[in-house]
Structure formats: C-alpha cells, structure tokens
Design a protein around this ligand. Structure first.
Ligand SMILES: NC(=O)c1ccc[n+]([C@@H]2O[C@H](COP(=O)([O-])OP(=O)(O)OC[C@H]3O[C@@H](n4cnc5c(N)ncnc54)[C@H](OP(=O)(O)O)[C@@H]3O)[C@@H](O)[C@H]2O)c1
Length: 184
C-alpha cells in the first residue's frame, strides 16, 4: 500500500507499538487520526509530528457507543478512512487457577469485541468505497497454547476466527484485512 496521502487512523497510539508506528507514519502522511484513552499523551505525540489537535480523538474502545461515535467523527473529519490500524490491546500473565472471571471478561471485551464493534461500524463506508484496510495486531498466542495466557490467547484466537471469516464473506470487494502476529 502506498501510504502517501492516505487517511490512516491508529487506535492505541499513546504508547508502545502504536506510538512508535505513528511517529514513523508521520513522515509518510499528514492525514492521520490518533486515538486511545490518554488525551494528554496523544496531544504530546500530535505536537511532535505536527498533527493538528482536531486529529486527536480520544476514547475508550470498551465503551462501545463511544467507539461507534469515534468512527463517525473520523469519517466526518477525513471523508473516508483508507486504513484503520488497531494496536490497542492488553495482555495477561496468570495461572488459570489464579484468574478470576472478570479478567476473561475484560480481555475478550478489549482485545476482541471492541475490534468487532469498530469493524462493523467502519466496514459499510469501506464497502461503499470498494476499498479499505483494516489492520489488527495479534499475537502468536492466538495460534498456539502459551503458558499463563489463557484469556489473552482466547481473545486473540477469537480475533483470528472473526477476521478470517470477514475475508471470506466480503472477498468480492477490494478490502484488505490484515492480521499481524507478533512474536514475543
Ligand atoms: N509488545 C509486545 O511484545 C507484543 C507481542 C505480541 C502482541 N502484541 C500486541 O500488540 C498490541 C500492542 O501492544 P503494545 O505492547 O504496544 O501495548 P501497550 O504498550 O500496552 O499499548 C497499548 C495501547 O492500547 C491503548 N489502550 C489500552 N486500553 C485501551 C482502551 N480501553 N481504549 C483505548 N485504547 C486503549 C493504550 O492507550 P491508553 O492507555 O491511552 O488508552 C496504548 O496506546 C496488542 O494488541 C498486543 O496484544 C504485543
């Protein structure tokens, strides 16, 4: 994908991989929107790459109505979205016997359902335009059993299932769904 002039939305931009990616993308395109919860960190990053403040859209991806609203805000700001890069996510390290139900609930909500919600909200505009990229960072834990990662592995594994079927269901349009698995 040629990035020049593309409208790119990075979700999970305040820290880690998303933050590093935005710094890199800043030299290819100025049509960037950056999101996550910590507005102060996002604004700092925006200043570093000369991004207008209106291109910072903070929200919590687990608040599903707020997330849908964020998709509409980005569409209003950019007209269309060429690429959504989803780097927001959370990990886990604990034995199954030490892990309470709420941990699974949180991991599935954040690492899986929030992505489904944003995909379902953003896909119609990509389908209408017959183009779009939806890039999600996964993990090798979603493919192979990994000690102390029962909930994390389950959430990434669910993601693999959902995105692989998205590709089959909407293969007639020029839509790219990419899943990047990172080794740890
Ligand atoms: N790092 C690794 O070695 C590694 C290995 C394999 C896979 N991965 C995957 O790669 C992705 C990124 O990992 P990372 O290490 O860069 O993580 P990270 O440093 O912890 O950063 C996570 C990002 O997600 C955002 N985020 C977390 N909860 C959120 C929420 N409820 N709403 C909106 N944004 C939220 C955080 O920002 P706020 O706190 O501002 O919301 C932050 O910008 C994850 O999906 C992870 O599973 C990472």
């Amino acid at each position: 994908m040629n990035l020049a002039g593309k409208n790119i939305w990075v979700i999970g931009a305040s820290m880690g991989i998303g933050h590093a990616l935005v710094k890199e993308l800043g030299s290819y395109t100025t049509n960037l929107v950056i999101s996550s919860r910590k507005e102060d960190l996002l604004k700092k990053l925006a200043t570093e790459i000369n991004l207008p403040e209106e291109n910072v859209i903070p929200f919590d991806i687990t608040h599903h109505d707020e997330a849908k609203e964020a998709v509409h805000k980005v569409l209003q700001l950019m007209g269309n979205i060429d690429c959504i890069i989803f780097t927001a996510g959370v990990s886990q390290r604990s034995l199954i016997t030490d892990t309470q139900f709420f941990v699974y609930d949180k991991l599935m909500n954040l690492n899986f359902l929030s992505i489904v919600n944003i995909a379902l909200t953003a896909l119609p505009s990509m389908i209408e335009k017959k183009s779009g990229h939806f890039v999600v960072l996964s993990s090798v834990a979603g493919k192979f059993g990994t000690p102390n990662r029962s909930g994390y592995a389950a959430s990434k594994s669910a993601l693999h299932g959902f995105l692989s079927l998205c590709v089959l269901n909407i293969r007639k349009i020029i839509l790219m769904l990419r899943l990047f698995a990172r080794f740890y």
